[in-house]
Ligand binder design. Structure first.
Ligand code: BJ8
Length: 423
């Protein structure tokens, strides 16, 4: 990586801590990703993105800001990035998946809180994340209680704007969310000084949809046996989709999909034909949380799909592109969020339908229900998901974990037993 120390210093980061944090990444990445056998050649680009993860892309965003554009960051797929894109800005998803930043987050948050929230605030408080520093403001949402209250603390350290997401999907809830989406559009216009037009919004909707469609194309290749790409690599691409320049990401992922489709035609796999196929469902796995995929794939199985926000929930629902009037477009954008089946909604039966459908589509042999420690929404929802899967005769196991490696051995033993049972 080029020398970005001056850039990080100018951003006000804690260079010492940041060095310590990044020092471990090359070895871990080499062991988990680069050492994989039969990797598609197209992964080279994503390896490059990772090698530059706190460098080149941050510089690009700073260059954008020098042109007077804005950078907006978020932690949730509900945030309508289309308005930011329409105003010429960049919308990025922030890191929230590292154990390193968890104890820093615990300085202001209770230990008995989801590691995703502790990690995200820890990145800001520890001066560890250049994306946080580059962003003009963070968009939070009222999804789970932990996040909702954490925004109040985050606002002490960084400009924070909170969108109120309804908990149900009735008519009144739709109206509330539509109003919130309008307010967000106004917020973006006020921050950027750009008036969003039907033309600029139409372009933005199409761009965001193209990114979602290329991810769907990538995931479609995973429906084959042998699967042409490992679960680890596929999820890494989804994780990077939140950071990368959208046009470049679409181009590089499309090229990779060409290669993967060719592999499918030739019957070439990243895992052997007939390897046990696992669908993971549950809480998101934000960068750099790769533990579960590594454990499953080093036990001889392959992850074929993630029903999560670092998986299908981030791209399966598109915004209707046929609307041409501004009000219709805003309404179409608002409808997308209400079609995402997050456990923060009640009831959330659509998620069960999604899991059952995806098990068929991706030909999964079993389901791993993964929830982060202290995540009540996903932990409680397990009961109904398990019941539906058992009724359908689909093996399921539940895992509750965090970002540390302390339970890795124990998890490996449980996964191996589950795979034995599937066989
Ligand atoms: S749309 S899943 S990205 S809210 S894991 S912080 S719920 S305690 S992340 Fe999420 Fe949006 Fe829903 Fe997706 Fe709370 Fe649970 Fe932690 Fe969570």
């Amino acid at each position: 990586m080029a020398d970005y120390r001056k850039m990080w210093q100018d951003l006000g980061m804690d260079l010492e801590k940041h060095d310590e944090f990044l020092a471990a990444v090359p070895d871990i990445y080499g062991e988990l990703f680069v050492s994989q056998q039969k990797r598609p050649a197209g992964m080279e680009y994503f390896d490059f993105v990772m090698s530059e993860v706190h460098g080149l892309r941050v510089k690009e965003l700073l260059d954008k800001k020098a042109e007077g554009k804005k950078v907006v960051s978020s932690f949730c797929v509900f945030v309508p990035e289309e308005f930011v894109l329409a105003a010429g800005g960049a919308c990025i998803g922030l890191c929230a998946g590292a154990q390193y930043s968890v104890p820093i987050g615990e300085k202001v948050l209770p230990r008995s809180l989801c590691p995703l929230i502790k990690s995200s605030l820890g990145f800001k408080l520890g001066g560890l994340c250049p994306y946080f520093e580059v962003s003009d403001f963070v968009v939070g949402e009222t999804t789970c209680d932990g996040k909702k209250k954490a925004w109040e603390i985050l606002a002490q350290y960084h400009p924070t704007y909170v969108m109120e997401l309804p908990q149900k999907k009735g008519e009144a809830d739709k109206e509330l969310w539509l109003k919130e989406v309008y307010k967000f559009k106004e917020k973006v216009e006020a921050e950027t000084g750009v008036t969003i037009t039907p033309e600029s919004l139409s372009e933005a909707i199409k761009l965001a949809n193209r990114r979602r469609k290329v991810l769907q194309r990538l995931y479609d290749t995973r429906k084959h046996d042998p699967v042409p790409i490992s679960g680890k690599d596929a999820m890494l691409i989804t994780q990077l989709s939140f950071f990368d320049d959208p046009e470049r990401f679409i181009e590089k992922t499309s090229a990779l999909c060409d290669e993967l489709e060719d592999r499918v035609a030739k019957g070439e796999g990243a895992a052997p034909k007939g390897a046990p196929r696992i669908l993971i469902t549950g809480t998101p796995m934000p960068l750099p949380s790769w533990k579960m995929h590594h454990i499953i794939e080093s036990s001889g199985a392959v992850v074929v799909c993630e029903e999560s926000c670092t998986g299908t929930r981030s791209f399966e629902t598109l915004v209707d592109e046929t609307k041409t009037g501004l009000n219709e477009q805003v309404e179409a954008i608002s409808r997308r969020a209400l079609n995402i089946n997050c456990a923060c909604y009640t009831p959330n039966t659509g998620r069960i339908d999604d899991i059952l459908r995806q098990v068929k589509e991706y030909k999964a042999d079993g389901v791993v229900y993964y929830s982060l420690q202290f995540c009540q929404s996903y932990s409680v929802e397990y009961h109904l998901v398990e019941k539906a899967l058992q009724e359908a005769g689909i093996p399921v196991m539940r895992i509750e974990s965090d970002y540390s490696d302390e339970d890795a051995g124990q998890l490996q033993t449980r996964i191996e037993a589950f795979l034995e049972m599937i066989k």
